[in-house]
Design a protein around this ligand. Structure first.
Ligand code: G6P
Length: 608
């Protein structure tokens, strides 16, 4: 979704802003722009389309003078992608320029109010309201004015504001949308995410809701919601620019697929000590866990698919009723949450609007929230009661791979941790399970080394119109993710079904030659799965199974079979997902799709 970068310092800012926007492009966007203060006047350059339009127009920023500026990549919500709807938006007199990520919910009311006061709107955006409202209330003091404006605005925003009365500073504020402040030497930054500024500084502070920051080149002042200046903790980012670059790979997605073994190792290994799971930041006592009568897992997108697998894992290891829900549903359905409810929130970014709202609702109702998050310092990481980080490193491709895998690993770690506390597993069971978790990175590496088999399957099926994924239990959970991976980047229609549900409708869609991907690693339900494979084959389907090494029975039924190493029955999704990710990737690659930035999608969905 929209990306924001702002700079103040001694250097020419336009090239820095463009570079920063480029590093936020992964978030998804359809237009871009910047506002730069040049000799006391605000200059705005903006255009629909890729950043290259802006780069060409400004010769990579070199033709724009000035060392204070704010810039933006827009992902359209109010009004189509167009030059005029692109950000920055300026106020009526041109005194203020704003860039905004979020949604102003009461913008219609404010638009009417401002129109009656004589303001003329140029765009269809909600953001323009911000620019005019600041001008309307401006009393010569921008910070005071912002408080007044913030009281009038309902909705979410990360906002950068440039004012021509302030030639040596600019202002930013956030509420329910991510924004970080980068602290440099004689220069300071704002950005929606760390990669935008990492080339210049590793020191960042995370703004909280309703905090205003005023940036000058030599200092940064943060005001809290009561108007007091506050000292913010400055954190040092522990990864470098190279981690957020392609490093010779053609696509971020492929790089991130290939990084999964290492990411799993970083997430899993430090948390295993003497055959036990040790989670430093999580303190769930046996007493508390015994009191828990319900567990919810809540998330969006692929993180939700981790939750679907997590339900099987937690119920089997912890023995507590576990419900998995989409955050956008959970937040509005009056969930039954009490102080005996444990809520597991999963989010790579920690900034997904629906997931944040679901977490807050769960807390409001008295539940205890543990989050599984990748981005340190993100809203969910900060607001949940406890956080278990996925040490996946920066994930840039819109279609998640290594974050999914590490979230799943965290789900196992959490499940085993809770079962330890409750004494649910025998010593031998515990030992076997922990050893299997520890061996996951190596098993993933082995699958990745055989990727040519998947590439061959992709070359065979990239022209498909429809592809179905079927599975049972954990194989069903991972089928959901395999199907999503394929459809989101290759634009091939795909659906995942619980194999036992096929006969209730979906089987009517199977035609001669339809590809059905059938993960069949579950031993307990293997025979039932074989029956489902026979059923679709009898109707003309071509079946590509995914099974554990050594399973010869499957080869007799399926047309093709991809093998993954054998593992503990609860851990199979961690391995089965790898060929599915590769399949989606290779299909999209053969079709020439924009793999890292699929159409209409955004990495971090910061609006509802
Ligand atoms: C977007 C991304 C998905 C991700 C989902 C939830 O749709 O494209 O890859 O699974 O958001 O994001 P989160 O950051 O909360 O995990």
């Amino acid at each position: 979704m929209c990306g924001i970068v702002g700079y103040i310092g001694k250097r020419q800012c336009a090239p820095i802003l463009l570079d920063g926007l480029g590093r936020l492009a992964y978030r998804g966007y359809d237009s871009a722009g910047m506002a730069v203060l040049t000799e006391g006047k605000i200059q705005v350059i903006k255009a629909k389309g890729r950043l290259s339009v802006l780069e060409e127009r400004t010769k990579n920023g070199t033709t724009v003078e000035g060392s204070i500026g704010i810039a933006h990549t827009r992902w359209a919500t109010h009004g189509e992608p167009s030059d005029v709807n692109s950000h920055p938006h300026i106020s009526q007199s041109g005194k203020f320029a704003v860039v905004h990520n979020g949604i102003i919910e009461n913008y219609r009311k404010l638009r009417t109010f401002l129109t009656e006061k004589g303001f003329t709107f140029m765009s269809e955006t909600d953001t323009e309201v911000f620019a005019h409202l600041i001008e309307y209330y401006y009393n010569g003091n921008l910070v005071e004015t912002m408080w007044k404006v913030m009281r009038k605005i309902e909705g979410s925003y990360a906002l950068g504001v440039l004012c021509d009365d302030y030639p040596d500073s600019f202002l930013a504020v956030r509420k329910d949308s991510p924004l970080i402040v980068g602290i440099g030497e004689g220069e300071n930054f704002i950005a929606s995410d760390v990669p935008a500024i990492l080339k210049y500084t590793k020191k960042v502070c995370y703004l909280e809701d309703n905090e205003i920051v005023v940036l000058k080149k030599d200092n940064v002042t943060v005001y809290n919601a009561d108007g007091e200046t506050i000292d913010k903790e400055i954190c040092t980012i522990n990864w470098d620019v190279a981690s957020a670059e392609k490093g010779g790979y053609e696509h971020f997605m492929f790089k991130e697929i290939m990084e999964q073994s290492k990411a799993l190792q970083d997430t899993i290994h430090p948390r295993i000590k003497d055959g036990e799971i040790v989670l430093d930041n999580i303190v769930l006592t046996s007493e508390y866990l015994n009191s828990v009568d319900k567990i919810f897992i809540v998330a969006c997108g692929s993180a939700y698919h981790v939750g679907v697998a997590g339900k099987y894992v937690i119920e089997s290891l912890v023995g507590k009723p576990t419900e998995v829900d989409l955050a956008s549903e959970f937040r509005y359905r009056n969930p039954i949450v009490t102080d005996r409810t444990l809520i597991i929130i999963i989010s790579q970014s920690g900034e997904t609007a629906d997931t944040i709202a679901a977490m807050r609702e769960a807390k409001r109702l008295g539940g205890r929230v543990i989050s599984i998050v990748n981005v340190v310092g993100s809203t969910i990481a900060k607001e949940s009661d406890e956080v278990l980080y996925t040490w996946a490193g920066p994930e840039i491709a819109v279609a998640t791979t290594k974050a999914y895998s590490t979230q799943l690993a965290c789900m196992y770690l959490l499940g085993i941790y809770m079962s330890q506390k409750l004494g649910k597993l025998s010593d031998a069971e515990q030992k076997a399970l922990v050893a299997a978790v520890k061996a996951l990175p190596e098993a993933v590496e082995k699958i990745l080394s055989c990727r040519e088999n998947v590439q061959f399957m992709a070359s065979r099926f990239y022209n498909s119109k429809n592809i179905f994924f079927i599975g049972r239990n954990l194989d069903y959970a991972v089928a959901l993710e395999g199907s999503l991976k394929l459809k989101e980047i290759s634009y091939i229609h795909s659906e995942a079904y619980a194999a036992g549900e096929l006969k209730h409708g979906t089987i009517s869609l199977i035609e001669d030659g339809t590809l059905v991907v059938a993960p069949a690693t579950g031993e307990r339900l293997f025979d039932k799965m074989l029956s489902n494979i026979r059923e679709v084959k009898a109707r003309g389907a071509v079946v590509m199974a995914i099974a554990a090494e050594g399973n010869t029975a499957i080869a007799e039924e399926a047309d093709y079979c991809l093998y993954v190493p054998k593992t503990h029955p609860l851990l199979t999704p961690s391995l089965t997902v790898i060929p599915m990710q590769l399949f989606g990737y290779y299909v999209a690659s053969i079709k020439g799709c924009d793999i890292d930035k699929p159409r209409n999608l955004a990495k971090s969905v910061t609006v509802e």
